[in-house]
Design a protein around this ligand. Sequence first.
Ligand code: G3I
Ligand code: 9MR
Length: 564
Amino acid sequence: MAASALTATAQNPIKVNQVGYYVNESKVAVVEPTGKSSNFILKDHNGRKVWSGKAVRTLKSPFNDKVRQVVDFSTVTKPGTYTLTAGKNKQTINIAEHPYNEALKAAIKAFYLQRTGTDIEAKYAGAFARKAAHPDTRVLIHPSAASPKRPAGTVISSPKGWYDAGDYNKYIVNSGFTIGLMLQAYQLNKEHFEQIDTQIPESNNNVPDLLDEIMYNLEWMLTMQDPDDGGVYHKLTTPNFEAFVMPVDCKQDRYVVQKSTQAALDFAATMALAARIYKDYPQYQPFCKIAANAAQRAYAWAVRFPKNYYTQQDNNSKYDPDVNTGTYDDNDADDEFFWAATEMYLTTGEQGYLEQARAFAPKQFTLPTWGNVAGLGIFQWLNQELLQTKEAGKLKTCCMKKSLKTFCDEDIKALATSPFYSIFGNSASDFIWGSNSEKCAGRGIAQMYQYALTKDNTYRKAAITTIDHIFGRNATGYCYLTGFGTQRVMHPHQRISAADGIEEPLPGFLAGGANSGQQDAKNVPAYPSSSPDESYQDHEGSYASNEIAINWNAYLVALLGFLK
Ligand code: G3I
Ligand code: 9MR
């Protein structure tokens, strides 16, 4: 389809979840009034009227003078394709039993498209096939990472793994977080994930595709541990971001840089968690032994160096070459200690780790992010309760659960006055870098934990309102998952999508989303608005609002895995 056709409805004042609505859940559209008409009509594919009504609420934006009408046609429950009409404007509505299966499949398949060091084959990727690049079999030890046995310039091999995002580097902190979030969701929703066939090279090996896909990055992560001392390099990177060229056209040397406490702990948590999950599959049992051992060594290293934070600027003042790529830096490792100690205890049963987990346990629930993984520690303890394991209750979760409930209830209160009828996006602080995932899908996942704990459907309904935002019921009208929706993201900040000569971007990627920081303002045309919720542009240069990233896709995978 031509780009013009895909974006023809860019100004459609009727904002809906363009992927679809569940038959038995709320169906809300939000209309920006354009004329006097106050009657809304829904017709089926034969043009028969099945519903008509007025707005249930008219609300003013918290950020500007715009007014929005909330239209609720939840009483329509028959699967099908419909047309919603408001005055002269029309919008397509899909209703289905399982409206998000294709989106979930694509969001997992996106990880395959991010694989480094292997041919991406036409039989799995169609037009998006490409030649292998970045084998990473010749990676240099950067001076910041030098050790007696591996002095600067030593060549190591560190193949496989996924490109982090729109760039071509591989970062341990973000990899660990990404895998942690997905494996934890997998633990609770195995049956649903098992039936998702993503058509990847490993699809016929009797292991769920999600686990095979994740293994491709776990194998890389293992190579990032210094075999001598157990420390873990923070990232594998070029000195500078590559230009917008295809992977095969990249020429810069690749380095591993400084070992960091956060990298060691996220690595330990991820490997410990993986060692438990993959042991169900005979072909992965050797991996599980290696992973469990690697996790213990990394944790021990972090205990020796509890404040060895990644310091890019400092390193640049001391060493050459300078490194100017993503930092994933963080000045607090308590949350990483908590998550890692949690996973280590559950894998080894050793009391020492339980004591560490107790010592670092947070009192409050916070949404998990790459920089604050306390939420992953909390989710793992909740998983123990929900799965009724023998470890459930070894760490008291009462404060965490109380604060998760408060958090979720506050979000739900906001629905009453939310112009887009979503628990996300009602305050400016939601619109940060990666808002669609870190704040929006993150809030959805929190609600799904609360739902799992209480079976109170109010929480599941609240979670669905975050998916409604992501799939188009929002101030920009974009459906933020590439390849989906009627108003599509066509120009994500992703080097491959920009350089492959194909008009459509790689499918299945969640764009970062509106970000009031507008940190890329110098690289892009003027933003359409200064409103936080409109600080987005579908422009290739917009890394602050329109990049894609593995961790962001992970939130969507986890949330859709819960929702089913
Ligand atoms: O969390 C704070 C929030 O408390 C505060 O109110 C708000 C106000 O600006 O900022 C929030 O922090 C932002 C943070 O993202 C949220 O996680 C920072 O301002 C923002 O600078 C930070 O951006 C990070 C970005 O790198 C720049 O460092 C993103 O999280 C992170 O996802 C992104 O990661 C990059 C990699 O470095 C390189 N590869 C691509 C990847 C995706 O863009
Ligand atoms: O492409 C880079 C993206 O992956 C990062 O998330 C982002 C922030 O670190 O930086 C992007 O690179 C830009 C750089 O920071 C500034 N000059 C323009 C680069 C993009 O073309």
